[in-house]
Design a protein around this ligand. Structure first.
Ligand code: GYE
Length: 357
């Protein structure tokens, strides 16, 4: 009996030792990824704003697959979960860790002056990616790379303008709702302005602007209530693809049909991003009438900036990414915006298959 008790105690001790060991391994791993600059690897602290959309996932993936140990980097990744306070905490942590570069994808534009001053005082270059920061002094960051969100809005609305002209629909018969992105984010500000300006210029009936937070769930929820409030909606301007997916679900659940055939009662959905097969397939099926592309693959672009800085160069202050506009509808082939011509890319399955995002 004594022997059995001894064996049981030895076994219990073994189990405790193993689980302690495991715990220590995982603790060490967490600590290791949080360590400051080591060896020759360039250490980057990346404060990502969240994980709200397909665009965001593609963007995170692009950063992670670019800044790998094999490429000579160590990336400390922090997800801000849509809260600016989390992002500020992450930046302060990066400063303490004495990273070589801070990359910030800011959730909203305002409120960054203090923490960016702290990074500047610590001599750490800050690269802003995707959305912009609105700061009193542009020397608080090294440079920015992202999209021209207002131009995206202008493209989408000019497409609509041309489309209804071709169809012979009068502007006052356009009853449009805007499902906006996270309020105060550059992507929201630019796209909302694009629509508000066009609605005013053309005389469209802009019924409502509501926050859909760039998510599918919120897009569905707000569309559901908009449909009960307004019975004449015929165009839904969604400030990203995920909101468009949610809006389409709500329209179909309410017995409506999405599509470009406004004269036969279809509800037109316009979107932004064009990430992944779902949004593009929906466009090919005419569930989404047009998408103003927003390209999320910023990893290599940020890398090019860091390479330039490492070699002693000075990057431009602002880098704008070239982007397309997609539709499966042949009605509109070219857009003219502020004196520049843009081709509308007629979407095909081959184009979808060739895209790498
Ligand atoms: O359009 C949306 C995402 O800031 C450009 O954020 C980005 C936007 C993108 O959630 O899908």
């Amino acid at each position: 009996m004594k022997k059995i008790i001894v064996i049981i105690m030895v076994l219990a001790l073994c189990i405790m030792a193993i689980s302690c060991g495991n715990h220590m391994v995982s603790h060490e791993e967490t600590v290791r990824t949080q360590e400051p600059a080591s060896g020759k690897n360039i250490v980057i602290g990346f404060s990502q704003l969240g994980a709200e959309s397909d665009w965001r996932s593609a963007n995170t993936e692009s950063m992670k697959s670019t800044f790998t140990a094999e490429n000579g980097y160590e990336m400390i990744f922090e997800d801000g979960q849509q809260k600016q306070s989390n992002q500020i905490t992450a930046i302060r942590m990066f400063i303490q860790q004495e990273v070589d570069y801070i990359v910030l994808a800011p959730v909203t534009e305002k409120g960054w002056d203090t923490v960016l001053q702290e990074a500047k005082d610590a001599g750490i270059p800050v690269i802003i990616v995707d959305r912009m920061v609105d700061v009193s002094d542009e020397n608080l960051f090294t440079c920015w790379v992202g999209s021209n969100f207002e131009l995206e809005g202008k493209k989408a609305t000019e497409w609509l303008n041309q489309y209804i002209k071709k169809e012979g629909i009068s502007p006052e018969d356009i009853h449009i709702v805007n499902i906006q992105g996270t309020l105060g984010a550059s992507a929201q500000i630019g796209r909302t302005k694009g629509l508000a300006d066009a609605a005013r210029a053309h005389g469209w009936d802009l019924l409502a602007e509501v926050n859909g937070d760039f998510t599918q769930a919120k897009g569905r929820e707000v569309m559901k209530s908009l449909l009960t409030l307004y019975h004449n909606i015929n165009v839904v301007y969604c400030e990203n693809d995920n909101e468009a997916f949610g809006a389409i679900e709500a329209i179909e659940a309410a017995g409506g049909k999405v599509g470009s055939d406004l004269k036969n009662g279809e509800i037109m959905v316009i979107s932004f991003d064009g990430v992944k097969e779902k949004a593009m397939s929906y466009t090919l099926e005419d569930k989404i009438s047009c998408i103003a592309e927003c390209n999320p693959l910023h990893g290599p672009r940020v890398k090019a900036i860091i390479d330039l800085l490492e070699s002693g160069g000075t990057p431009d202050k602002f880098y704008y990414v070239d982007e397309e506009i997609f539709s499966a509808n042949k009605a509109v082939t070219k857009l003219s915006i502020d004196g520049t011509e843009y081709d509308v890319t007629l979407l095909t399955q081959e184009i979808i298959d060739d895209r790498n995002q």
